[in-house]
Write a protein that binds this ligand. Structure first.
Ligand code: SF4
Ligand code: SF4
Length: 89
């Protein structure tokens, strides 16, 4: 873990008063967050591709289910694009 990553981890808002949030524009639909979430609090949904130069019909985005989310923060650490943040519940 890099020093920068360790610093970010120390600043994470973790706990039941917090909930994860996905910045949709930064999510690449890689599915890493759903693998680490033990509480089944993340779903992927389909969105249409906006770029006319990429020949793929559907892209995936992650969505947090607020009720089952325990605020553990694991998904934030798993996301390769830093698309997930922890916010106040
Ligand atoms: S904070 Fe924890 S419980 Fe909530 S979505 Fe992320 S991994 Fe799942
Ligand atoms: S790990 Fe990040 S980029 Fe991958 S699906 Fe989850 S939120 Fe999106």
């Amino acid at each position: 873990m890099t020093a920068q990553r360790a610093g970010e981890r120390a600043k994470l808002k973790i706990g039941p008063e917090h909930v994860a949030w996905v910045k949709e524009e930064m999510c690449i639909g890689c599915d890493q967050c759903t693998i680490v979430c033990d509480d089944d609090a993340i779903e992927l949904y389909d969105v249409k591709m906006r770029s006319p130069i990429i020949n793929v019909d559907i892209n995936k985005k992650a969505k947090i289910l607020r009720e089952p989310c325990t605020g553990c923060g694991l998904c934030v650490l798993s996301c390769p694009t830093d698309a997930i943040v922890m916010i106040d519940r």
